[in-house]
Write a protein of this length. Structure first.
Length: 363
């Protein structure tokens, strides 16, 4: 049975059409942008109240990925990139990291792995054990991002207690071949549909600023909307050295905010999270993500780059008159109201290869 619930919309709140979104996404300055942000903020408050959810992750298996996603330093196709390389970490380490993230205010904790999918029995068993222990030993809602997974493996993880499944579409269908050519857009859709059939809470979004047009950002939002996902993570490109997108110019903070507001207005019931690239693209304007409609964000480090200090993220939330949303697992949350300054989990994400070298690509 699905844990997914459709949040009812208050009277007067209706999703905007794609046509209106294509007009509004160009409102990136002056009074037009201010009005757009105020509208998104009103919808967020009406539907989601004043709570903000924080998500923490662990880069549980890094590097040597056979896919050629142009933004990703973990791809084996880009030997000059310097992402860390290591096999899947053990369940003990995953659980310890989740407990640290929980103390920093994380409501959800995601196990993220590189590669096309997790199919090895040993790896799947480790993740199953970690999920069972997360449900037993922590209050966090466990999530996983394991690639293009198939139904039998996803069903096992569901039975182990995994609550959320995350798989980003990355970009619009019309732009996808500019980003990745080693798998098809439809394969991603099938993974998401399979996870939905199994009752997972679905998390799917993309990365903005990879060279797509504003209209293609709306196109991505339309696909996500039609999938009916629970959570929409909005990332902004943080160009990684050694990747094909290393020299892509960042979109402006105003473009980021306009896109975020449009996503909120198109999907008022969804949880909209601002994730990777927040620091690079928004800079000192990060606090405006909530006015632009976000009701969630990341705490701690990203997959291969450092994030903002956890206490700075919590302070940013509280400075807007908002409060952190507790997990919905029914267990006592270990967050005591103050986050540490250091992200003492997911530290492997900051390691760099000491000897960059060409790697064989094996699918």
């Amino acid at each position: 049975m699905s844990e997914t619930t459709v949040r009812p919309l208050p009277p007067g709140i209706e999703p905007i059409t794609g046509e209106e979104a294509r007009r509004l996404i160009h409102h990136t300055s002056g009074a037009e942008l201010e009005a757009l942000l105020d509208r998104a903020d009103a919808v967020r408050r009406a539907v989601h109240g004043d709570e903000v959810a924080l998500c923490g992750i662990t880069n549980a298996k890094s590097g040597h990925c056979p896919e050629n996603c142009g933004f990703c330093s973990q791809s084996a196709h880009f030997p000059d990139a310097d992402a860390p390389e290591y096999p899947l970490v053990g369940a003990d380490e995953i659980v310890a990291q989740a407990k640290a993230a929980e103390r920093a205010g994380a409501r959800e904790f995601s196990i993220v792995t590189s590669g096309t999918r997790v199919a090895k029995e040993s790896e799947l068993a480790t993740i199953e054990e970690a999920v069972r222990r997360l449900r037993a030993e922590t209050a966090v809602e466990p999530c996983a991002s394991l690639g293009l997974m198939k139904e039998p493996e996803l069903a096992r993880l569901r039975a182990a207690g995994l609550m959320h499944y995350h798989h980003n579409l990355e970009t619009a269908p019309s732009f996808f071949r500019n980003v990745c050519t080693t798998h098809a857009f439809e394969e991603q859709l099938e993974t998401i549909r399979t996870a939905k059939r199994l009752g997972f809470k679905l998390c799917s979004g993309g990365i903005l600023g990879m060279g797509e047009t504003p209209e293609q950002r709306v196109e991505l939002a339309e696909v996500i909307r039609d999938l009916g996902v629970d959570c929409v993570p909005v990332n902004f490109l943080n160009p990684r050295p050694g990747t094909p997108m290393a020299q892509v110019k960042a979109i402006t903070a105003e473009e980021c905010l306009a896109a975020l507001a449009v996503f909120r207005l198109m999907m008022p019931a969804a949880n909209v999270f601002v994730m990777g690239g927040r620091e690079v693209n928004l800079g000192a304007r990060q606090e405006l993500i909530f006015r632009a409609g976000a009701n969630g964000t990341m705490v701690g480090n990203y997959l291969t780059s450092a994030g903002r200090a956890p206490d700075a993220t919590v302070t940013m939330v509280e400075a807007q008159g908002l409060r952190l949303r507790a997990p919905g697992t029914g267990r006592a949350w270990s967050f005591a109201g103050r986050a540490p300054h250091d992200a003492d989990w997911n530290e492997r994400a900051l390691e760099k290869r000491s000897d960059p070298r060409p790697l064989p690509v094996v699918r």
